[in-house]
Design a binder for this molecule. Structure first.
Ligand code: HEM
Ligand code: HEM
Length: 196
C-alpha cells in the first residue's frame, strides 16, 4: 500500500491554487493604479494574508517526505530534482507578496516613478518572480502527470481523481522511464566523482 498525504495537506494544496490564481488574475496592471487608496490597502491585506498562508503551509508540509506516495524507492537524483522544484516554488510564493509589499511601501514613501532605480529593481523582481512561478508550476504539473502515467503512486497521494494507479506496462512509457533513470545515474556519477 502506498502512503497518502493527510486530508489537511490535500485541502491546503488544492485551496491554495484558488488563492494563487486569484492573485495572478487580479494583478495590478500599472504602478499608477496604486493612486487608488482602496486598491492599495486591498493589495497590502491580500499580500499579507497570502504570505502568512504560504509560511504556515511550508512549516506544516516540511514534516512530509517528498514523493510520499511512491511505492518503489526513488532515485536520489530524482528526489533532489523534485525537492528543488518544490523549494523554488515556495521561494517564488514568498517573494511575490514580499516584493508586492515592498512596492506598496516604496509607493507610499513617494517613489512613484517607474524609472527610479530602487522601485524599478523591486518591480523587475516582482515580475520575474511571477514568470518563474509560472514555469515552475508548469514543470510541477507536467511531472505529476508523467508520474501518473508511470503509475508510481505519487499522484494518488495528493490528487483525488484518476487515482486507481498501477505501475505501467506501456512500452513507450517504460522506455522513457529507463532513459530517465540512466540520466539520473549519470548525474549521480558526475556529482559523486566531483566529491572524490
Ligand atoms: C493540476 C495541478 C496539480 C497537480 C496534479 C499537482 C500534484 C501534486 C502532487 C502529486 C504532489 C505530491 C508530491 C509529493 O508527494 O512529493 C504535489 C505537491 C506539491 N504541489 Fe502540486 N499539483 C498541482 C498544482 C500545484 C500548484 C498550482 C502549486 C502551486 C501554487 C502546487 C504546489 C505544490 C507544492 C509546493 C507541493 C509540495 C508539497 C507541499 O509543500 O504542499 N501544485 N502536487
Ligand atoms: C500575493 C500577492 C501578489 C501577487 C500574486 C502579484 C502578482 C502580480 C503579477 C503576476 C504581476 C504581473 C507581472 C508581469 O508583468 O509579468 C504583477 C504586477 C504588479 N504588481 Fe503584483 N502581486 C501581488 C502583490 C502586489 C502588491 C501588494 C502590490 C503593491 C501594492 C503589487 C503591485 C504590482 C504592480 C505595480 C504591478 C505592475 C508592474 C508593472 O508596472 O508592470 N503587487 N503582480
Amino acid at each position: 500500500m502506498s502512503k497518502s498525504h493527510t486530508l489537511l495537506a490535500k485541502v491546503i494544496h488544492w485551496t491554495f491554487i484558488i488563492l494563487y490564481a486569484y492573485g495572478i488574475f487580479k494583478q495590478v496592471d500599472d504602478l499608477e493604479d496604486l493612486e487608488d487608496k482602496g486598491l492599495l490597502i486591498f493589495e497590502v491585506v491580500f499580500a499579507t494574508f497570502f504570505l502568512l498562508i504560504v509560511i504556515v503551509r511550508y512549516f506544516y508540509m516540511r514534516r512530509f517526505k517528498t514523493f510520499l506516495g511512491a511505492r518503489e524507492p526513488v532515485h536520489i537524483v530524482h528526489y533532489y530534482f523534485a525537492k528543488t522544484v518544490h523549494r523554488s516554488m515556495y521561494l517564488c510564493l514568498i517573494l511575490l507578496p514580499l516584493t508586492g509589499l515592498m512596492i506598496a511601501g516604496l509607493y507610499t514613501q513617494g517613489y512613484k516613478d517607474e524609472d527610479e532605480l530602487v522601485i524599478s529593481l523591486v518591480l523587475a523582481t516582482h515580475e520575474f518572480t511571477a514568470l518563474l512561478s509560472y514555469i515552475l508550476i508548469a514543470t510541477h504539473v507536467s511531472a505529476a502527470i508523467y508520474s501518473r502515467l508511470k503509475g508510481e503512486g505519487v499522484w494518488s497521494s495528493m490528487v483525488p481523481v484518476f487515482n486507481n494507479e498501477k505501475t505501467t506496462t506501456n512500452k513507450i512509457i517504460t522506455k522513457i522511464s529507463t532513459l530517465e533513470h540512466n540520466i539520473y545515474d549519470r548525474v549521480e556519477v558526475l556529482f559523486s566523482s566531483k566529491k572524490e
